[in-house]
Design a binder for this molecule. Structure first.
Ligand code: SAM
Length: 237
């Protein structure tokens, strides 16, 4: 098993790093690694390196960074915009979207969104864990929750917004994806989009309405399916 940890600071060969309490516990108590054992670290800026544990002290473990094992590369330019769901489902969306290589995740509050609290710190922790596990070199940026109308008002029109319309009015997703290498996928909440929201979206020039067929998928399934389609056509698969 390959052990990888993310450090949110620029790393370089020869540097001594201090692991935080959670990381030290994971290496020392869960994986039972010892001084001298090797694991991998990445920083989302310069790439991935080998690291060797130097000691486990009371305040935490330290390690020394060895040679670079992977040059930095960013994930493809796809974003996920989704209406937050219940806790475990949201965790799942963050985890799967990270594995599927999204570069940014934006929680969006729509008319029928009923998740009360949006915990960005929790989302970030989920994304870090998934990035460590799937061996990507960057961690998706998680933005603060935004209201749908605000988000649309400030949208960069050079990025296509793929509106996943459960009412089946959009094109087959596979017919809409060609050449969309800078895009975002928008998934609604369990209650779907309100009709005025759908209408507003359809009228915007940077929006493409797309369908995943006649079956109504759960939001988390729709997110995974749409991202997989995009990856197969425009991404790095
Ligand atoms: N309550 C809605 C209904 O019964 O029509 C279903 C909403 S669905 C659970 C949540 C989100 O997943 C939708 O807003 C949409 O973005 C996406 N979705 C689900 N099935 C879809 C499909 N067949 N085509 C496109 N998007 C879909």
């Amino acid at each position: 098993m390959i052990v990888r940890l993310f450090f949110n600071n620029r790393l370089e060969a020869g540097q001594i790093i201090c692991l935080d309490e959670k990381q030290s516990h994971y290496l020392g108590n869960v994986l039972r690694l010892r001084a001298g054992d090797v694991f991998y670290v990445f920083d989302g800026q310069t790439g991935e390196y080998e690291a060797q544990i130097t000691e486990f002290a009371k305040h935490g473990a330290t390690a020394v960074i060895g040679s670079k094992t992977k040059e930095m590369s960013l994930s493809p330019d796809i974003w996920l915009l989704f209406a937050p769901l219940k806790k475990d489902k949201t965790d799942m969306v963050i985890q799967k979207a990270t594995e599927l290589g999204v570069r940014k995740i934006i929680p969006v509050r729509t008319a029928f969104t009923n998740a009360e609290k949006v915990r960005i710190e929790r989302f970030t922790a989920q994304a870090v864990e998934a990035a460590e596990q799937c061996r990507r070199l960057d961690v998706p940026v998680i933005e603060d929750v935004q209201l749908l109308p605000e988000l649309l008002k400030n949208w960069d029109v050079s990025r296509t917004l793929l509106f996943l319309d459960e009412k089946g009015r959009g094109r087959k997703i596979i017919d809409a994806l060609s050449g969309q290498n800078k895009a975002a996928v928008l998934i609604g909440p369990e209650g779907g989009f309100r009709s005025d929201e759908a209408q507003m979206l359809e009228e915007l020039p940077f929006v493409k309405s797309v369908s995943l067929g006649q079956r109504i998928l759960r939001a988390e399934t729709a997110a995974v399916a749409a991202l997989a389609c995009w990856q197969a056509v425009n991404g790095d698969w």
